[in-house]
Design a protein around this ligand. Structure first.
Ligand code: AMP
Ligand code: MG
Length: 414
């Protein structure tokens, strides 16, 4: 009897459980070089941001209570450009102030310069410029308060956070030139199949019969890079037992994961499975998803092994739903389970599969989803045309107008 196919959820849980105890090292990197890396430790601020109360406008700082006795006229007693340390405000005066400059002690509002007028010098004995204030400010107006962004001691970034533009800006704003990050997972990438040709090796018009270009290698490399991996591309392994064993053994020595595509079905030209079994252990899973049934996980020594299906769309989809969460977990990234959005199907899917399906779709101008007409597992056009996947439960038919769970490719690429 054939073994029943494993539900995706079960396979994913087993895959993640296999990472128990697998720790990547950590390293310091310059904050400027840390884009896309995963933070290895919590980060708290050792100072207030902003460090002092400061002006958010070019204008004049005053004490609001001085306005009553002033007739709206203030002598300007000091000038405070950004980056200077002001004196306390002389009572009854205003301080010329610029955006980002510290508020002088005693002032409690800034009046923007558009709401003031410089008065002509009437008395030659006057040494100070005077301004007429044409506006009654409220206390605190145009003042950015110390610590309103970050207070001293506050936790600003947490271990397991992937660093992007916003996080790097934050790290810099609290003075960190270096960050402790998780080492990149080292991934050895293999393609298998004697039919494969690398683009550039043979011109399209000279392709021999039976040959196809190796497309998996390109999208898998791209997906791995986006997930922060250090990829070593081992090229194409020929469909031979000895060559496969040798290549895998070599790669497993110096990598955290060996990732192959193709050769994990059950045909006699599928050499990956016996090769891994001879070097370590292998769990071959037939997963109840479409596309993407054949999928293998195992170990070669301390190195993990994952075998993806050869069909390009199967390879693509199994990477997104299984390898991506695996690599995120390996790096200690906090992650929510696959997030989908309910969207309206503007298509019919009357004959669903018994397996959970991932249909390639794209959003249309009417707020619904269109289906790519050819959902075959070899048709990469469906992925290029599509913007994402409908995660369709096993046996679920879809009628025009139904709400279906949509996951965007863009949300799965990092
Ligand atoms: P396999 O799992 O090795 O039986 O491969 C299944 C199908 O995927 C076959 O049609 C292969 O030619 C195709 N295939 C396998 N590897 C690749 C690859 N790297 N790029 C494009 N197609 C591939
Ligand atoms: Mg093959």
């Amino acid at each position: 009897m054939r073994k029943p196919l494993l539900p995706l959820e079960t396979a994913l849980a087993q895959l993640l459980a296999s990472l128990e105890g697998h720790q990547l090292g950590t390293q310091w990197v310059a904050t400027m070089q840390a884009d896309g890396r995963v933070l290895a430790q919590d980060v708290s601020s050792q100072l207030q941001v902003p460090p002092q109360d400061n002006s958010s406008m070019d204008g004049y700082a005053i004490k609001v209570a001085d306005l009553a006795a002033s007739n709206g006229i203030f002598p300007v007693s000091q000038r405070i450009p950004a980056g200077t340390n002001p004196q306390a405000l002389l009572p009854g005066t205003a301080a010329r102030i610029f955006t980002g400059a510290p508020i002088p002690f005693g002032a409690d509002a800034v009046i923007m310069q558009e709401d003031c007028a410089e008065l002509p010098v009437s008395n030659p004995q006057d040494t100070l410029l005077r301004i007429q204030v044409n506006h009654t400010p409220s206390i605190g107006q145009w003042i950015r308060h110390s610590g309103e962004d970050v207070s001293k001691g506050e936790l600003v970034l947490t271990a397991g956070q992937r660093l992007g533009p916003a996080e790097l800006g934050m790290a810099a704003s609290i003075g960190l030139a270096q960050l402790r990050v998780v080492c990149k997972p080292r991934v050895a990438l293999f393609s298998t199949g004697d039919e494969l040709v690398m683009p550039g090796d043979i011109d399209p018009q000279a392709m021999p019969a039976g040959a196809i270009y190796n497309s998996n290698r390109f999208f898998l490399n791209s997906l791995l890079q986006r997930l922060g991996c250090e990829v070593t591309d081992f090229g194409i392994i020929p469909d031979q037992r000895e060559a496969t064993v040798e290549a895998l053994r070599l790669a497993a020595d110096s990598n955290d994961l060996v990732l192959t595509s193709g050769g994990v079905s059950v045909g006699e030209e599928d050499h990956v499975k016996p090769a891994v079994q001879s070097l370590g252990q292998l769990d071959l899973w037939q997963i109840a998803i479409k596309p993407g049934k054949p999928f293998a996980h195992g170990r070669i020594g301390a190195c993990h092994f994952i075998g993806l299906p050869g069909n390009p769309v199967s390879s693509f989809v199994t990477f997104l739903v299984l390898v991506r969460p695996f690599l995120q977990r390996m790096q200690g990234v906090h992650q929510a389970p696959l997030q989908s959005t309910a969207m309206r199907a503007d298509f019919d899917w009357p004959r669903p599969d018994k397996r959970q399906e991932f249909l390639r779709v794209r959003r249309n101008a009417h707020g619904g989803l269109d289906l790519f007409p050819n959902q075959s597992s070899g048709v990469l056009s469906s992925v290029v045309w599509g913007e994402g996947l409908v995660d369709n439960p096993a046996g679920q038919s879809i009628r025009h107008g139904d709400q279906v769970p949509f996951v965007a490719f863009n949300d799965l690429y990092g």
